[in-house]
Design a protein around this ligand. Sequence first.
Ligand code: BES
Ligand code: ZN
Ligand code: ZN
Length: 491
Amino acid sequence: MTSPKLNIATKFSSFSNGVAYVVGVVAKGEKVILADTAVEVSTIEQLDLSLLGAKSSLESVTRLAAPNGAVYLLIGLGTAELDSTALRSLAGAASRNLAEFKEIVFGLPTDSKEQTAAILEGSLLGSYQFGAYRSLNKLAPVQLAKITVISAHKPTPATLARAEILSESTSAIRDLVNSPANDIYPQSLAAAVQKLARGTGVTVEIWDEKRLAAEGFGGIIAVGKGSSRPPRMVRIDYKPKNAKAHLAFVGKGITFDSGGLQIKPATSMIGMKYDMTGAATVANAAIAIAKLQLPVRVTAWMCIAENLVSGTSTRPSDVIKIRNGKTVEVINTDAEGRLVLADGLSIASEAKPDLIVDVATLTGASSIALGHRYTGLMGHGLGVEKAKAAAEAAGELVWHMPLPADLRVSLNSDIADIANAKFGAKGGMLLGGLFLQEFIGKKAKGNDPIDWAHLDIAPSANNDQAPWGYNAKGPTGVMLRTLVSLAESYC
Ligand code: BES
Ligand code: ZN
Ligand code: ZN
């Protein structure tokens, strides 16, 4: 889909045939009534909207006929405050329900330029769909060619371009994650990112399996060696001349996680093509930041391998050596994400960046703790507060979780420096964080570790519940906007 034209109108003009006009509805006692809107509503003002099926609950949608062959989309505003985050989400929900319209006009109330931009952003994010693998029941292509927000608060052209870049990059993540593991394997994922990066001003470097082994990436090699499709490491480097800081992003890129020899049960393996979401996210974040030409250096590391079962797979109790020299006893071959990330965090640390952020579908335990929408956030130094503020600015949900030192004993190994897991241990999400922490290098000066944030996106990467906000069922592209906001916080 080519990006729709983004338009701001200061006031409502007239109804056009085939255009959808989005108007909020709220509860008033037992009734459902129209919320404040700039859209002309005289033909529906007197109607009993409840009898027509309209509901005020958040994101419920009802279509009504408007003059001149136009259509109203009434959308429930719920009871929450209509800030940028809520408006982005509502605009996304409206757009998800208007795929066959060429133009959408939003008559939701706005108080600021940010809110106008949030509506445009949400509308773009919500108009994503993925039909690449259908030969029957093909999806009608998204028709949307123009999005109009009626508002007195007009964002700058740069802000409009930003909304387009964020949506493009989010779609790129969703496309990669939706694509099945028979097409997206280490080599093809690396190639796909190389293609996405073309012309954006980043440099892409790819480590093949020989170079990975020669340069001591024992985690990536160990995880990838059960597959006939060898592992890769990809570095995407955006290095502007005027860089005010250097951020390193590290992403888990398991193109399929069978669990390895300690194989997953049949049902748990469904969805494991999503296990490369972290790598797709960090790569596209670096590319988005380059397209925005932010004065911040970003180095993204994609740690890519396929975790399969074969005569060459890593065995339970094997001991491997990570890039930074630490040895790991592999107690559970299904705790593979932390092994590839250990190499990624080690090499990312070598350049002494100001901040390291890793993004990973790391633990099932994070979903048990946080449900379906929140990303687990752990870290040390300035990492947690920087990531939290960035998520807040981007309107994404993160929850700060601790890294309790007393749990570290669960990772003691009888023969190696550390074990990758312990059966029956409590706090699985936190143990994942504690393991990764061991591979964050020291700052250039002093003895402190480099500031670090760990984002466990296992709960939030894949929306397997009903569609909500700008998320269809399937990959969400979550944390892309947080990483971009994070880079902006250094400008
Ligand atoms: N990729 C999984 C985590 C996952 C599970 C992501 C469900 C999304 C949905 C990860 O590699 C894994 O298998 N983790 C283990 C860790 C354990 C063996 C320490 C888990 O969560 O059970
Ligand atoms: Zn696993
Ligand atoms: Zn995994």
